[in-house]
Each structure stands twice: as C-alpha cells, then as structure tokens.
Design a protein around this ligand. Structure first.
Ligand SMILES: [Zn+2]
Length: 848
C-alpha cells in the first residue's frame, strides 16, 4: 500500500516539478523514497503564510524569505496545493566512515567521544551508568517508541532513590531523529556529572541540590531509521512520519495542532511532565546554531522575557569563550525569540512552559544535522560549560516550601506575581514537600502564594539578584473567606466621589460597607459606587462580608481615604486654611493657553496668616518670565508688594503672608502656546495660639500644630514650672527625664500640672481637622477651634448622646439629663472630660 502510494506521488510530483521547472531529478526522489520524508526549500514573500504552512509541513528553518522544510508523503501532497516553486535539498555526500558506530562500549575506557553508539550500545551505556553509580543514578525507560524502542532516562541526584525538596531539571536530545549532536552530548553529560561528582565543586553542587533527568534520545525510531547499527539513515520524523516537535498540545492551536493523534513518544513525555514538577528543561536540536526562547506559537513576549534573554546570553557568551568565532553567532548573536524566527505550533518548548509551568528552551547546537562523529568532541568542548550553567540557573531565584500553618503539611500552592505573570508564567509548589523554585530576572517582586481552601499570602518586595537564591518559606492559614477591598481613588478633592470594589477571597454572598465621613455612610452591595466625601480629613473604610455557610470576615482600613480641599487657579477671592492649590489643570492636567487669572487667598481663621508651600512647579520657561508666569503678592491685590515672579521650574517654595490680614494674591498669565503641568502647593494658615494656665492642674489642647512638636522644645520657655504633662497613654516628666508621650499631637487632650501661673505661646499651622472620634464612656476632649464654642452647637454636630462634659480641674459642668449647663461653652486651648453614650465622633463647628 505504501509503495503504491509512493509511486502515485512520484508521478504526481513529476508533473508538478516539470511544470514549475525547479530542477527535479529522479535521484532526489530516490532520497525521498529512502527516508520517507523530503527535505526541501522554497521562497516565501508573504511571511504570514508561514504559520499556515506550519500546520501542513514541518518548517525547520527560515532565513529571510527562504524557508526550509520537511514533509512526509501526505504533507507533501498538501504542500503542492499551495503551488509554490520549491527545490529538494540533498545533503552532502556522507558515508558510514563519517559516522563511526561503536558497540560493546565500556564507559570507563572511553578516551575520546568521537563516535555514535549503536542502539544496543546506547542501552548498555545507560545501564552501566546505573550500575557504576547506584547511589547517584537511576536508569529506566519512560515508554516505547512506535517501533518498540525504549525512551531511556537517567535520573541523577544525591540520594537518587529519594525524592527531596529540590528542583527537578530535564534535558532531552534528538527528538528530531537526524539532529544527532544532542544524542551524544547528553550521553556524555550523564557521564560527566557522575564521574566528576565529589571532585568538581560545580558538578557536586548541581547533583546535591537538584534532581537531574537526562534523556539523550527522544526519537530512537528516527535516529535508527536506517537500522540499529547506523545513524546515517536517520530521519527527522518518528516511525509514523510525524514530527514529534509539532505533536504536543499548543497554548494557541489546541490539543492536536498538527492534526495527528499524540504519538507514543509524545504521550510518554506528556506523562513524564504530568508525574513530575520540572522547574527548567531544554530540548536539543541541530540544523541551526541558536538558543531559541519562548514563545514559538505567538508573538507576545513571555512574562520573564528579560530572564530568558539573560539566561540565553549566559549560555552563548560562555560558548564564545571557547568556540571559533563563527559558531553560534547568528540571529541576535546566538539567541532568538522563537516567534521572531518563525512560528511553530505543537512544539515541546511551549507545551512545557504553558501547560507545566516549566522554563524550557530549544537548543540548536550545530548547523549540520547529521554531524560527522569527528566533530562531536569539539561541540562538547564548546557547549558543556554552558549546559552546566543552564542547569545551575534552576537553583537561583526564589525558592522554599509552602506549608499549612496549623499542620505543617505541604501545600501545592500557586506562586504568582501580580502585574508580572501572564500566559501561565506562574509556578506551582509540588504536592510532596510544598517545594517551589521560581527563577526571575534581578529586581523587586511582590509574590503571592495561594491554594484552594487557604487565605492567599503576598510577600512584598522580595529582592532577586542574578546568580543567587532567596529562601522564602511560606505558611498559609486555612480559611474560606477573607474580606478585602479596593477604592477607585484614595486621594480625592473635597466634594468628589469614589467607587469601591469588593476584592474578598472566597465566595461572599453578603456585604456591609461602612464609609466614615462618606455619603452614604454604609452600603450593602458588592461594589458600591458614588460614595461622596464633603469633609476634609482622613477616613476609615470597613467591609464585613459573609458567605453562604455563615462565616464572616471584616477588614477595616484606617485613614484609607484622604480628602483634601482642592483649589484650582481662577479669578476670585477665597478663605481657607487647608487644601491643595493647583493651576487650572488640577492634579493631573496642564493649564491652558491664554489664561489670565488673579486669586486672593485669605485665612479662614481670624488672626491667622496664609502659608503656601509649593511642592511642584513647572510653567513654560523664559529667561525674563515673559511667556507664562506666576506673580505672588503679599496682600489682598496685585497692588500689594510683590514677592516674586516665577516661571520654568524655579519654584516659589514656601510663601508666607506678612501683611496684617494674612492674605496672599496670585496672578497667573499664559501666552498663546505651550502649556505645562503647572503647580501643586499645600495651603496652611499660620497662627500663634496663647495658652493661659494656672498653678496646679489644667486641661490643655491646641488648635495650632507647632512647627516643632518635640515637647522639650515646645515647653522650653516654661520648663521650670512644668511638673508633669499627661495624656492618653503616657507622661512627660522633665525633672525625671521621662517622656512616654512622644510628640505633641493637636488632636489630643492633655492635663498639665504647674508650679505657677504661666503663659505658653504656640506658633504653627492651624489644624483643619475638626473631628474627634469618641468612644462609649469617658473621653479626653481637645478643643479644635480658634473661638469659644457653645455647648449646644457642639452637641448638634455629634452623632451620639453626650451624658456629661466637665472642665478638667474645674467645677463647671454640662449635664443634660439634670438640665444643668454651667459650662455653656468650650474654650480654645483648654481640654475637657466628656462622657458619651456610645461610639461616634464630635465635630467642631466653624467660627462665625
Ligand atoms: Zn529539530
């Protein structure tokens, strides 16, 4: 049947060949007859066609517009349909003398590796490795080829019979049966590792810290197509005329991208990958000289592209120290992205990387496929250091074990880097030890460990250096529900709104949001939107979630939302004591052309003076500031004394009003062209607050935040009279050199004991936070205003019942239940005791 088909094909081919007149001769057809596959080349103007042709024939190389390919009979018929002129390639004349075959090999007696082992010799050599090094090496078959030849594997490690918590590495050679160099290089690598263990530190380190799997010959039917005693008749395909490196499931093109069933060889390697957790691997080829890194199937770069290039460069640069300059020097000096070279589907490399979270490259190690045996020694010499280096890379990066916090048992966790990993580039910890190894290019990474039934854990800022290992052991706690959330923005202008997003782990079915300072103040949907903030300050957000099993979880983010008064440049006059002052473009935008604005900013508090601190400044530059400029005046108008004219990045810095009203006037001009980001400035009111205190105990607080909050400096002027200052959680006791209070906090209330009547002047900025959280029971209450506040106004701004307010060290009292209010008002600079019915907050009203 096969002969008949071949005959028909030859006849058919004859006619096509003669039509396209591309130099067919019967000798070439004879070559096709001999190996059952044709090697040919053709010109292709349209590179887009490559991926289409890839599913028809086996493209082997692309050089510019020239495509080199293989085809079996059926593939070739389909190729002819494209009507492309082609030329059959006949290799150089070779004879058995070029392929010295050895049998009856004793590994210990090899002095020169300039031969190919016969199939039987190969089996014998593999068996001898295990016999000679039983503690280091196990040898077994992982399956049979179509024609029943063995797919041999050597496993090498210290304690080889025991699985240890160390990375597994895989080399496989010659899956294209006629690409011979890998077969011998990998056999020799087994010998090198075993015979140098214990004497060569690099080899010893690799064998001690890795589990190395080496399969020198992945397509024995192809290699021994001409019989078990010669490699001269070797061919690319397996015995079913299938290209094994197009026969794997593909990330893009599905389970059977080549249209063939999985071959026995493919199935054996798929099972191997399934049963193990290979961290890194490579498959060797020839016909080109290049390290080909992922992806082959699509143009998108791998997440770890930088790392691939780094590893590829290490391989090739090391080779170049020992090889002739002409070796491995094509492409980008010896390395290429697979897709950049030409796209293939169904390759082993992409399969391992995408479906098994491995790191596999394709190593093309000689331009000549059927490399003469006399060349093998040289190729070993050029490559073996790089082959070792490549293995060594899988001991670097970050590694450790992931275990259960309670039981210590291993967890097969996913090790994922948010914002970095794409296309399955995460890795998995293995089931037996929870061991993982993740190679990464140098840099800082936030690494997340997750597994079903456990709370995910993210380790921030793990710093990776090349050629070194970070050990990171992680414990996960079991659980099914963990509240988490995000906000669309956390820094907002007064009066704007935010959207919130549930980011909880598990499957919540109910949500309870609480937005301190927000409107609405709570919500019961998954993702609340349009929560508005109309008070300045820092606000907490909390989320309680519950699932269908009744479990619940709470997360509160303290001071998560920062609301500031945003002031944009415009024509007008405003009174404020806080906020961020921007050009007309606001936080993220540029100002416009042809602007002319004048804004006077007055202090929102009597007796204060504006202080404006420019943190960013960038307007169009001109040496005399003639194009775009900002002028600042110390007073209520542009007739007031000028402080300066600013342009370019010459920032005004800190600008303080010195005039009696404390006002500053800003005048901005932009010309007809060129806009810039403008400026950002913090707005404060500067003020002096005087605290009058009597001898003995006093309650004090300040609405002014001193320039220096260090208590020693703040109380310097009255230190001789200060006996003790106390507040929540500490005391300042200068005579005894005790300070457990820390620095002055204007949102706190203090009690002070003095020898004498004194006056303390506090110079600083006015605190604009006018809200104090209180809890059920007794609280120390500061006074956050510059003017006296009527008790009734305060009660109106409080969201919980007030039971008492009492002066510290005084007798006046507010006791609503008894109808007593001898206190009447709260005085700035003093502090009070307040008893509350529940948790809530007190808001001090503005001074009129
Ligand atoms: Zn190949």
């Amino acid at each position: 049947m096969k002969n008949l088909f071949t005959t028909i094909l030859i006849l058919f081919s004859l006619s096509v060949f003669s039509q396209s007149n591309t130099g067919f001769n019967p000798q070439q057809i004879e070559a096709f007859n001999k190996t059952g596959e044709l090697h040919f080349r053709f010109q292709l103007e349209d590179r887009e066609l490559i991926s289409k042709l890839s599913s028809v024939i086996s493209i082997d190389d692309v050089k510019g517009n020239e495509v080199f390919a293989y085809a079996n009979e059926l593939e070739f018929v389909r190729f002819l349909d494209f009507g492309l002129p082609f030329e059959i390639i006949v290799g150089p004349d070779m004879n058995e003398d070029d392929f010295r075959m050895l049998h009856n090999i004793n590994i210990d007696e090899i002095t020169s590796w300039d031969f190919y082992p016969t199939y039987q010799a190969y089996l014998d050599m593999m068996a001898q490795f295990a016999e000679d090094y039983p503690d280091l090496c196990q040898v077994f078959s992982i399956g049979q080829s179509v024609n029943g030849r063995e797919l041999m594997m050597a496993k090498i490690s210290d304690n080889v019979s025991v699985r240890e918590a160390e990375p597994q590495f895989l080399y496989t050679g010659t899956m294209h049966g006629d690409e011979l160099v890998g077969y011998v290089l990998l056999l020799r690598m087994i010998d090198y590792l075993l015979s140098n263990y214990g004497t060569d530190p690099k080899v010893t380190n690799l064998v001690n810290n890795m589990e190395i799997w080496i399969n020198p010959l992945a397509n024995p039917d192809g290699t021994f197509y001409g019989g078990n005693n010669t490699v001269l008749g070797s061919r690319r395909y397996n015995a079913n005329s299938v290209d094994l490196n197009r026969n794997y499931p593909d990330p893009e093109d599905g389970q059977h991208p080549d249209g063939n069933p999985w071959q026995p060889e493919t199935l054996a390697f798929m099972q191997l990958a399934e049963d193990n957790n290979f961290v890194m691997s490579a498959n060797t080829h020839s016909g080109a000289e290049v390290i080909n890194y992922p992806w082959d199937t699509w143009a998108q770069r791998a997440a770890d592209d930088d790392w691939w290039i780094f590893v590829g460069r290490q391989y090739v640069d090391t080779v170049h120290l020992y090889s002739p300059a002409s070796y491995l020097d094509g492409f980008e000096n010896g390395i290429t992205n697979g897709y950049d070279w030409y796209s293939i589907a169904g390759g082993r490399q992409d399969y391992m990387n995408y479906f098994h979270y491995c790191r596999e490259v394709t190593m093309e190690l000689s331009n000549v496929k059927k490399l003469a045996a006399s060349q093998l020694e040289a190729h070993w010499d050029w490559n073996y250091r790089s082959l070792l280096n490549y293995m060594e890379q899988c001991t670097y990066g970050v590694s450790g074990v992931v275990t259960d916090l309670n039981t210590g048992g291993p967890i097969a966790a996913k090790v994922f880097i948010d914002g970095h990993d794409i296309d399955n580039s995460f890795v998995l910890a293995e089931g037996e030890f929870g061991f993982y190894q993740r190679m990464l290019d140098e840099g800082d990474y936030d690494i997340t460990f997750s597994a079903p039934g456990y709370f995910p854990e993210t380790v921030q800022n793990v710093t990776i250096d090349n050629y070194s290992t970070v050990e990171l052991n992680v414990q996960l706690s079991p659980g099914t529900l963990l509240a988490d959330f995000l906000a669309s923005e956390t820094e907002i202008g007064l009066g704007t709104s935010i959207n919130f997003f549930d980011n909880s782990y598990g499957s919540p079915v109910g949500w309870h949001w609480q937005f301190e300072g927000g409107e609405p103040a709570e919500a019961f949907v998954k993702n609340p939107s349009g929560v508005q903030y109309s008070i300045e300050g820092d606000f907490d957000v909390s989320l309680t979630v519950h699932n269908s099993a009744g479990d619940s979880s709470v997360l509160s983010k303290q001071n998560y939302i920062h609301v500031t008064n945003e002031i944009l440049m415009h024509n007008g006059a405003i009174e404020v004591c806080s906020g961020l002052f921007y050009d007309s473009g606001g936080k993220d935008g540029n100002y416009q052309d042809d602007e002319d604005f004048t804004l006077t900013i007055a202090p929102g508090v009597d007796g204060a003076k504006m202080m404006i601190d420019f943190e960013e400044f960038n307007v169009e530059n001109q040496s005399s500031c003639n194009y775009d400029w900002l002028k600042i005046f110390d007073g209520p108008s542009t007739s007031s004394p000028i402080i300066g004219t600013y342009c370019g990045t010459d920032s005004p810095g800190q600008v303080n009003a010195t005039n009696p009203d404390g006002k500053l006037t800003f005048q901005f001009h932009s010309d007809y062209s060129e806009t810039r980001p403008g400026w950002k400035a913090s707005v404060y009111c500067g003020m002096e607050q005087t605290l009058n205190m009597g001898s003995g105990w006093n309650g004090i607080s300040s609405v002014v935040c001193p320039i220096d909050t260090d208590l020693e400096i703040m109380f310097q002027g009255i230190i001789d009279d200060l006996i003790i200052l106390q507040g929540d959680g500490g005391v300042f006791w200068p005579n005894e050199n005790v300070n457990t209070l820390g620095n002055w906090d204007p949102t706190m209330a203090y009690q002070i004991k003095l020898q004498d009547d004194v006056q303390l002047n506090i110079i600083g900025t006015v605190t604009t936070n006018n809200r104090i959280d209180i809890s059920e029971g007794w609280n120390n209450l500061p006074v956050l205003t510059t003017c006296p506040i009527a008790i009734n106004d305060l009660v109106n701004g409080t969201n919980t019942g007030i039971l008492f307010i009492i002066e510290v060290a005084g007798t006046e009292i507010y006791w609503p239940d008894m109808g007593i209010n001898s206190l009447e008002q709260l005085m700035p600079g003093k502090s009070y005791y307040l008893k509350s019915e529940g948790d809530g907050s007190v808001i001090f009203p503005d001074c009129e």
